[in-house]
Design a protein around this ligand. Structure first.
Ligand code: GLY
Length: 326
């Protein structure tokens, strides 16, 4: 595990970005004249509101961003009514609920699980992978056996409601990715704690009725989530295959490194996905980013993507700016 050291935030002194509406040189996060908005937590979709509350309890008492994001995303993970994350998630085409999640801390440590069955909180298992193994990612049966070895319990994740929805889908069994225009799929969360450190978490049951074994962007560091504590973090939601193809969250963070605001950085990643397609009919992707100064922003291909924000002054659900109207 990487040891925490005194690293300079930024080397690129000549570039600028926007914090709380103000232009600033990127290497000035460490200087006292910049107003840092902390602590702050942001997360994707409307279920982020309740998730942020759980994260906030940790952040406001001076807790670590890593603990905050883990606790935050566990709220929708454990809610059987949320059909796109954790317990109660819609199953794959064989009726199996398979979960993907990853977590990344301020030191660049990360852990991930994919294609994990029978465990209610994949984010907690991802954290165990990060902290208890020399690896980054465990998948499938191996991830499940690891979870059991860490004290997690085997549980049935398929609720009667999700089973009924799957049986209804089976009647036609049209395999078409579902575009979440005004709905939600993944929860991605980023937090900046009182200490000025950023961590992130991302967790999902993936695309409903996917091929058994399909893994999306959410457990992939650099795709569904990326954090660089010198710069900021980003998370993705939507059609995971598109996010993977451009290393979406890593691209957003690199755009912030090059001086873009969080929203501008997300927009560039969205435009990169759009530039790869003539027909965007079934492709919704959204990115959400938070920088080291506590400034945040999001952008999506279509309208309908929203994100939750909680900081000392704000508790809101915001609509992301977007390229197209659905
Ligand atoms: N973004 C979630 C997924 O594609 O699985």
């Amino acid at each position: 595990m990487q040891k925490k050291g005194r690293r300079k935030f930024i080397q690129t002194a000549t570039l600028g970005a926007t914090v709380l509406g103000t232009q600033y040189p990127l290497n000035s996060f460490s200087k006292s004249n910049i107003e840092i908005n902390k602590p702050v937590v942001v997360s994707t979709w409307n279920f982020g509101m309740a998730a942020n509350e759980a994260a906030w309890k940790i952040l406001e008492t001076g807790g670590r961003a890593l603990d905050a994001v883990e606790a935050g995303v566990q709220v929708p993970e454990s809610d059987p009514k949320e059909t796109s994350v954790g317990y109660g998630g819609l199953p794959d085409r064989e009726g199996k609920v398979t979960l993907d999640a990853c977590i990344m801390d301020e030191l660049g440590n990360c852990g991930s699980v994919a294609f994990l069955e029978h465990i209610k909180s994949p984010i907690a298992v991802a954290r165990k992978v990060m902290e208890e193994t020399p690896h980054v990612m465990l998948v499938g049966e191996g991830a499940f056996q690891f979870a059991l070895s860490q004290g997690f319990k085997k549980e049935n994740l398929l609720t009667p409601e999700s089973e009924a929805a799957w049986k209804k889908w089976l009647k036609e069994a049209k395999y078409k990715p579902i575009v979440n225009i005004e709905n939600h799929d993944t929860i991605g969360m980023l937090a900046l704690d009182k200490n000025g450190d950023i961590s992130g978490a991302c967790t999902t049951s993936g695309m409903a009725y996917k091929i058994h074994g399909r893994v999306g962007d959410s457990p992939l560091i650099g795709a569904g989530l990326f954090v660089d504590n010198e710069i900021g973090g980003a998370v993705a939601t939507g059609v995971g295959e598109e996010v993977i193809k451009i290393a979406g969250s890593a691209i957003v963070v690199e755009n912030m490194r090059n001086g873009k605001s969080p929203e501008e950085a997300c927009k560039i990643a969205v435009e990169r996905i759009m530039s790869r397609h003539k027909n965007l009919k079934d492709i919704q992707v959204g990115f959400l980013a938070l920088n080291k100064a506590g400034d945040y922003g999001a952008y999506s291909i279509y309208n309908g993507f929203n994100y939750a924000v909680k900081d000392p002054k704000t508790k809101i659900l915001k609509d992301a700016n977007h390229k197209m109207k659905y």
